[in-house]
Design a protein around this ligand. Structure first.
Ligand SMILES: O=C(O)C(=O)C[C@]1(C(=O)O)C=C[C@@H](O)C=C1
Length: 662
């Protein structure tokens, strides 16, 4: 056997090739700017997906001839094309807004060098080949203040993350600013455990991090109960703490890139719960920008609709009528006006587009308040895909012995409207969930130590009387179902469920453990799978075998796709009596609370035929419940879960609940 070339000489060749590849990539990038120049003249859209498909198909074929895997070629070129599109966009946007063409941008962002906001800002400037003068700030208000006062040209604000959802505080500062949104940018957030160069994992005792990364890495952190978590105002502050520490017992959560600025070592990489963990930032400036029509654009609006039923739906229908797609809907309270909501909408359209103008006119008639926060180029470059046939096809008979099976057409997912276009309804005890009106569920916590169980454990008859009294009041207040906490002896559960049944209320028990399914399903009318179990395939399949209705709660860190995938697990096992329940998503700004995701309700109602109920009790305080319930009704939600504390709280509900049924 001949001796292989030495490692050093092979590495030299690889280095030389990589250099050539980079030179070629830079040349390609320059050519794509020539393309942008010609599109500026012809006024053609930047994106040409037909051209991308042809280009990918040709390259897959060419690559295959040289032994390269089709998926590798496609993902490589998807990145190259994304870069090409974003560069062309930045170029044309600069041409349309000559006053943004500067040598240097002063940028206000959260934290200090190395924070994710810093990385997003520096990438944004790099793409525009502009120097960045970075102004680290302590809070979102300080960022706004720096731009409003002219100390900074731009402010970078994180608005949402793929794992932890929307950042409510940012929506709140947008309510009052005179600044405009002039851009957006998304960065991959690769969380690592950053340590001093010579630290080992078993030495780590304290982990410093901003609340956002802590919630985004909750799965990893739960595997390390020995870590003491210390919250920091930014990832940069967390890294500084590690650098200043005297020993190796501390670590920070942050990016490898940011850590490198502090000479920190990424001891463990890929800590995030979700494989794809991205953060989207918006960029604010004093002056609004023009977005050339060749660029995909987004317009962000803030509005308050009337209080009458259906007002929000009417406003959203105005967008649909003009063929406009709403990519995001958020609701936030209006300070000082309890029970009223401000809605934030991202619409995929240029404000100069005549349809958008018509819709705005119509919205201004339908709303009590409306303001355009900005129109800016959308930086989401959806990768062009090849068909499965194009990817799999490799008719090289010398390599493949057996003929390839034809690719099966994917069946429509059982939750989807393409599988079933009409709304599904779940019948239980004469109540139909999924047909109007909205169903009201009361959530009662009867576990020992809860407010409802302050009676002595032995005074059972008093306890039972008390329960019967409360159930009667709930029925009178208009509730149709009661969700009970299952951590009670079986005899009591059976009694509680029977009492509910006698009062004509549906009984719902929460499942957190697979071993309980049998007992709980025999006692109650409906089982509710706790969101924490949404990824538990075994439990999903078990619930799929039941013949009674099931409520599937969304995991606080779960994406809509994951939630619907979990629904498919239940449906495809057999049980079609499925109801979805959204109790909100994790809100790192207020870790003790969840954040209601009303855009998810709109999206899921559009994509799925399943009934959806909303549980705002873990995300809003009691004064906000009325307006949230109205919003749920207006957005075609099928039910609302309200916390039941005591009979007095029912008086509060009675004042507004009748509106829900009108
Ligand atoms: O050919 C074009 O029209 C380009 O803009 C170049 C390019 C590319 O980088 O290859 C980029 C974006 C288009 O969607 C298609 C192709």
């Amino acid at each position: 056997m001949s001796t292989p070339p030495t490692l050093d000489s092979t590495r030299e060749q690889i280095t030389a090739l990589d250099n050539e590849l980079l030179t070629l990539l830079a040349k390609r990038r320059n050519l794509s700017l020539d393309v942008a120049r010609s599109k500026e003249v012809d006024i053609r859209p930047i994106r040409d997906t037909q051209r991308e498909k042809e280009l990918l198909a040709r390259l897959v074929q060419k690559g295959r001839e040289q032994g390269l895997d089709a998926h590798f070629v496609v993902s490589l070129y998807q990145s190259i094309i994304e870069d090409s599109v974003l560069n062309q966009q930045a170029f044309l946007h600069g041409r349309a807004n000559p006053d943004t063409q500067k040598q240097q941008y002063a940028v206000a962002y959260l934290g200090a060098k190395g924070s994710y906001s810093y990385l997003a800002a520096s990438r944004y400037c790099q793409r525009r080949q502009v120097n960045m003068l970075d102004l680290g700030c302590q809070s979102f208000d300080d960022i706004i203040q720096a731009v409003e006062s002219g100390h900074a040209d731009y402010g970078f604000l994180p608005i949402e993350n793929t794992s932890s959802g929307s950042i409510n505080e940012v929506y709140d500062v947008l309510q009052h600013t005179s600044l405009s949104i002039v851009g957006e940018t998304t960065i991959e957030v690769g969380h690592c455990l950053l340590t001093k160069a010579d630290a080992a994992l078993n030495e780590i005792k304290t982990v410093y991090a901003h609340p956002q990364p802590i919630s985004q890495c909750s799965k990893y952190l739960s595997q390390h109960p020995e870590f003491k978590l210390e919250y920091c105002a930014s990832s940069a502050e967390a890294m500084t703490k590690v650098i200043n520490a005297k020993d190796n017992s501390v670590a920070a959560i942050g990016s490898a890139e940011g850590g490198a600025l502090y000479q920190l070592h990424p001891l463990v990489k890929g800590l995030a719960n979700q494989k794809i963990n991205q953060s989207r930032f918006i960029i604010v400036a004093r002056k609004a920008v023009d977005v050339p029509t060749q660029l995909p654009a987004k317009t962000t609006l803030i509005m308050a609709t009337g209080q009458q039923p259906g007002a929000l739906v009417e406003a959203l229908l105005a967008l649909r009528k003009h063929n406009l797609n709403m990519s995001k809907l958020e609701s936030r309270p209006i300070p000082g006006t309890p029970w009223e909501e401000m809605f934030y909408l991202d619409v995929d359209a240029n404000i100069a587009n005549p349809q958008m103008q018509d819709a705005l006119l119509e919205l201004s008639r339908l709303t009590r308040f409306i303001k355009v926060l900005g129109c800016y180029p959308s930086e989401t470059v959806k990768p062009t895909q090849l068909s499965q046939e194009q990817l799999i096809l490799a008719p090289d008979s010398s390599r493949i012995a057996a003929p390839i099976e034809p690719v099966l057409a994917l069946k429509a997912q059982p939750h989807s409207r393409s599988h079933k276009s009409q709304d599904s309804q779940v019948n239980c005890k004469g109540v139909v969930i999924g047909a109007k009106p909205l169903i009201s569920f009361a959530k009662m916590d009867l576990s020992p130590g809860s407010e409802l169980r302050q009676v002595n454990e032995s005074t059972t008859s008093f306890e039972y009387n008390d329960f019967e009294h409360k159930i009667k009041a709930l029925k009178e207040a208009g509730f149709q179902a009661v969700i009970l906490n299952p951590k009670l002896p079986q005899s009591k559960l059976t009694y509680y469920c029977q009492t509910l049944s006698q009062a004509g209320l549906m009984s719902i028990l929460t499942v957190e453990d697979g071993d309980d399914i049998d007992v709980l399903s025999r006692a109650s009318d409906i089982l509710l799978l706790s969101g924490s179990q949404m990824y538990n395939q075994t439990l999903l399949v078990e619930l799929g075998t039941l013949t009674s209705p099931v409520i599937l709660e969304r995991h606080p860190l779960g994406s809509i796709n994951d939630w619907l995938h979990a629904a498919d697990c239940v449906l495809s096992t057999g049980n079609k009596q499925l109801i979805l329940c959204d109790s909100g998503i994790s809100n790192p700004a207020q870790p003790e609370r969840l954040a209601l995701d009303l855009a998810a309700l709109v999206e899921v109602k559009g994509r799925s035929h399943l009934p959806v109920i909303i549980n705002p009790s873990q995300s809003v305080d009691s004064v906000m419940l009325a307006s949230q319930a109205q919003a749920v009704k207006q957005l075609q939600g099928d039910g609302i879960v309200l916390p039941f504390k005591d009979i007095q709280s029912l008086e509060h509900y009675k004042t507004w609940m009748h509106n829900l049924y009108s």
